[in-house]
Write a protein that binds this ligand. Sequence first.
Ligand code: FAD
Length: 464
Amino acid sequence: MSRRRVVVVGGGISGLTAAHALAPTCDVTLFEAAPRLGGNIVTVDTAGFTLDGGPDSWVNTKPAASELARALGLAGELIDTEGASRKVYVSHKGELLPMPDGLVLGIPTKLGPMVTTPLFTWDGKLRMALEPFIPARQSDTDESIGEFFSRRLGDEVTDKLIAPMLGGIYAGDAWEISMQATFPQFIQSERTHGSLVRAMRAAKKPAATGEKPKGAFTSLRGGMVSLVEALATRLEPAAKLRLGRRVDAIARATTEDAWTVVLEGGERAAADDVIFAGPATALQHAARALDPRLAAALGTLRYTTTATVFFALRRDDVDHPLDGVGYIVPRSERRSTMAATWVSSKWANRAPEGHVLIRTFFGGAGREAVVDLGDKELVELATRELEEMMHIRVRPVFTHVFRFRQASPQPTLGHLGRVRHIRDELARSPGLHVTGSGFAIGIPDCIKLAQETARAVLARPLAS
Ligand SMILES: Cc1cc2nc3c(=O)[nH]c(=O)nc-3n(C[C@H](O)[C@H](O)[C@H](O)COP(=O)(O)OP(=O)(O)OC[C@H]3O[C@@H](n4cnc5c(N)ncnc54)[C@H](O)[C@@H]3O)c2cc1C
């Protein structure tokens, strides 16, 4: 029996993972529009600095990324956030204030630090303290992150901490992002315990093992691109990796369930199965003639645009202890900066001796226009706000700008229903599979979904 021919569209972490899972048993060709692999994952090594322009790590509560890295022989490359510097600061009225101790994703679990912090007014603190007495919501309709947490803990903590932290994960507006699609565990906590604070307290503390406590995130010694490079090395020559090749259309071939992938410029490739691992917007374009209803359904998913601006600085020029991972900036502060990471405090070996590396974030839902500024203007804006927020004079060794256009999916209210609708429409096209951003958010979930998609490909019987 001939080997199954699979075309994978998109060479980000999703497409590479799917190709990696299929390459041993299938003829895999991967088309990537850009001249490089990795998609959002981009690492620049320069002058002794390591810059992860997009993702810098993955969350440890989801094991798929660490498992894949180990399977690729990267166990010795996995690094944890630097233990001494896991503090997060909050920009508040021109000062950087440490986030109070005992907050778990913005939910207070200790009383003392909440009482003493100058971050909240007394009204705000009192409102938070009432959380255990707020009745649980009975309705099953979707609610935004902002609505959910304002209802439980009040507007102040939602604006200052929860919206920038939880909304920030999606570069989204917390008052638009769906709770059901992003943090269903908190909805469950409310239902089970009647209160988030009670639920957090009830959550068992891990038994003391004597080991150094692990941070919440894992990265790679050589930067995130190591994962991409390890996948690419394993894939070649078993799979064909075709860079700089944009897929323009997907069409049915002459036999009922085989596919033709049409590239820009007219080249064609035949496949038994196609895995689309680019953004949903790209599949919307590629499927426009194949199935207008599917294309319309894909068009309901929204993405936003972001940029990161890096500052390589001399340590002596930064009069701040940099004793944390960085700071978040609530929208109410009316800044363009969303957040900043003190990269060289968060991770070891990201800057040479005597230097530090800072990354600032821009754009996101409703604030995309700033990403269209030229590099010079964007760096000027980033510099001004960095100086004002950190009270330092910025004299960079160098700066670097990365842009991510329409790259961050927005799981807004009703997102789960829209994804179900897309899956229903897709059922008319056996052998056409979707994975990747839009359907899974963050590296571990992208990896997990890509592996599940590969299994679905193998499980589909081939026409003989
Ligand atoms: C600034 C930023 C920071 C982030 N930080 C984190 C983080 O710290 N941790 C985390 O877990 N996640 C983070 N994310 C999210 C994470 O980057 C994504 O979840 C993940 O990388 C998505 O991978 P993907 O392969 O699905 O999509 P992408 O990385 O978007 O890759 C899709 C690929 O498809 C290609 N493509 C598109 N259209 C076509 C076409 N028609 N033909 C051929 N190829 C095509 C694109 O060129 C691209 O290479 C961050 C995202 C951004 C933007």
